[in-house]
Design a binder for this molecule. Structure first.
Ligand code: ADP
Ligand code: MG
Length: 377
C-alpha cells in the first residue's frame, strides 16, 4: 500500500540565488510516518513541493515506489505521482461543497459520479463530518475545513500523503485532537507520510522517523528517541528542546562516552560527567547543553547538586510545576519540572543527570577559558 520514497542529492536554487535545498538525500520505507522538522526558511515547503511535483528541483532525483518521477530530464506532474497533499491553508475549492471537494479526488479512479460521491460521504463520516457534507468551505470552521482536506487526501487511496504544517492554523486544543486523528487515520490507510512542521513537540508526538533540516540541509535523521538522546549538532539539540546551555571546561575522559567538565559559572558546585560528542576531547572549551528532563530540583544546602540558583518563574502544569531558575550571571534554565512547587525568589540546588547533559566543542571560544569561580576566602 504505502510507497517507498527516495530523494537523491536533491537541490533547489531559486532565481535570485537562494539555495532552498542543498544536497538532500533520504529514504522513507513503505508505510513510515516521516516528520521533517526545521525552523521557518529551512526548506521544508520547498522539499515537499518538489516531491509533489509542484516545484521543479534544480538537480537530484526523486523516486516514488519504483518510478523515478524527477531527475535531470524527467519531471512528472503531480497527478502522475500517486500522492495526495494536506495543506496548511486547507486548499479547498471555494465553489464546491465539502462532499464534492472530496469526491473530486476520486476522479483518477475512473469511477462513476455516484460512486465517487458515496466514497466521499463515507470518508467525511470517518473524519467526523457526516452532517456537513453539503456545506461550502466558507460555512465550515478551520478545523472542519482541515478535516475535509484530510478526507480528500485519504479518499484517493494514494501510496503517499504529504502534509505541510496542517495544524498550524488551528487553536491549541483543536490542534491536539486533530493531531491524534491525522495520525490514526493516515496510519490506518497504510500510506507512507511525509509531514513537515517547525514544532518539535508535534514532530516527536507524530513521527516514526524525524529528519531535521537546517538551511536547506538534512542535518540528522533518526527515530524520535535517537534525535532526542543523540543530537549530532548544537543546532539539533537547541531545536529539539533545551533547558539551557552553559560554557564549560572539558577536563578529562570518563567511561562510556562521557567527559568530566567544569562549568564556567559562579553558580557551579564541583564538576560533572556529561555525554560527549565527536571532537570534544580535542579542545578544552565546550558548551554544555542540558535537556529539561535532566534537571531535578534539590534543597539549596546539602550534597549532590551541581548548580545553585534562584527561582524566577513557576508555572502550574497539571501534573506538577515547571520552574525557571536564574544562575549568578543571569543565565536562565527553564522547563524544570517538579511535583512540588518552589516559590519565586527561593534559592534552589539543581542536580544534573549525565544522560541528558551533552557537551559539544565550543570552537568559537578558542582554547582559553577563564573559570569565573566564587572567591574562596
Ligand atoms: P520553510 O517551509 O521551511 O519555511 P521554504 O521552503 O518556504 O522554507 O523556503 C526556503 C528558502 O527558500 C527560504 O529562504 C525562502 O525565502 C526561499 N524561497 C522559498 N520560495 C521561494 C521562491 N518562490 N523564490 C525565491 N526564494 C524562495
Ligand atoms: Mg513552509
Amino acid at each position: 500500500m504505502g510507497e517507498p520514497v527516495a530523494l537523491d542529492h536533491l537541490a533547489k536554487l531559486y532565481p535570485g540565488g537562494s539555495r532552498a535545498l542543498d544536497d538532500v538525500s533520504l529514504t522513507v520505507d513503505p508505510g513510515t510516518f516521516l516528520v521533517l522538522l526545521g525552523p521557518s526558511g529551512s526548506g521544508k515547503t520547498t522539499l515537499l513541493r518538489c516531491v509533489a511535483g509542484i516545484e521543479r528541483a534544480t538537480s537530484g532525483r526523486i523516486t516514488i515506489g519504483s518510478v523515478v518521477v524527477a531527475d535531470d530530464k524527467i519531471h512528472f506532474p503531480p497527478e502522475r505521482r500517486d500522492l495526495s497533499m494536506v495543506f496548511q491553508d486547507y486548499g479547498l475549492w471555494p465553489h464546491l461543497v465539502a462532499r464534492d471537494n472530496v469526491a473530486f479526488a476520486s476522479r483518477r479512479h475512473r469511477i462513476s459520479r455516484d460512486a465517487a460521491r458515496r466514497a466521499a460521504e463515507e470518508m467525511l463520516e470517518r473524519v467526523g463530518l457526516a452532517g456537513l457534507a453539503h456545506r461550502y468551505p466558507s460555512e465550515l470552521s478551520g478545523g472542519e475545513q482541515q478535516r475535509v482536506s484530510l478526507a480528500r487526501a485519504l479518499v484517493g487511496q494514494t501510496g503517499l500523503v504529504l502534509c505541510d504544517e496542517p495544524l498550524s492554523n488551528l487553536d491549541a486544543d483543536l490542534r491536539d485532537r486533530m493531531r491524534v486523528e491525522i495520525s490514526s487515520l493516515i496510519r490506518a490507510s497504510g500510506a507512507t507520510t511525509i509531514y513537515i512542521t517547525h514544532d518539535q513537540s508535534e514532530a516527536f508526538a507524530l513521527a516514526d522517523r524525524i529528519g531535521v533540516l537546517e538551511k536547506g540541509r538534512l542535518v540528522q535523521m533518526g527515530s524520535p528517541e535517537d534525535i532526542y538522546t543523540n543530537p549530532v549538532t548544537p543546532f539539533v539539540a537547541r531545536f529539539t528542546g533545551l533547558a539551557g546551555e552553559l560554557p564549560v571546561r572539558i577536563c578529562d575522559a570518563g567511561s562510556n562516552d562521557t567527559v568530566r567538565v567544569e562549568m564556567s559559572t559562579r553558580s557551579a558546585r564541583g564538576s560533572l560527567h556529561a555525554r560527549t560528542s565527536p571532537g570534544c576531547l580535542d579542545v578544552s572549551a565546550g558548551l554544555l547543553m542540558i535537556r529539561p528532563t535532566a534537571i531535578s530540583l534539590a534543597g539549596p544546602e546539602g550534597n549532590g547538586h551541581h548548580l545553585v540558583g534562584t527561582v524566577s518563574d513557576v508555572a502550574f502544569r497539571g501534573r506538577g510545576y515547571e520552574h525557571a531558575v536564574e544562575l549568578h550571571e543571569g543565565t536562565r534554565l527553564s522547563g524544570i519540572f517538579s511535583e512540588q512547587r518552589v516559590g519565586r525568589g527561593d534559592t534552589v540546588g539543581l542536580r544534573l543527570d549525565t544522560g541528558g547533559c551533552l557537551v559539544f566543542p565550543d570552537r568559537g571560544a578558542g582554547t582559553t577559558v577563564v573559570l569565573d569561580r566564587a572567591p574562596t576566602a
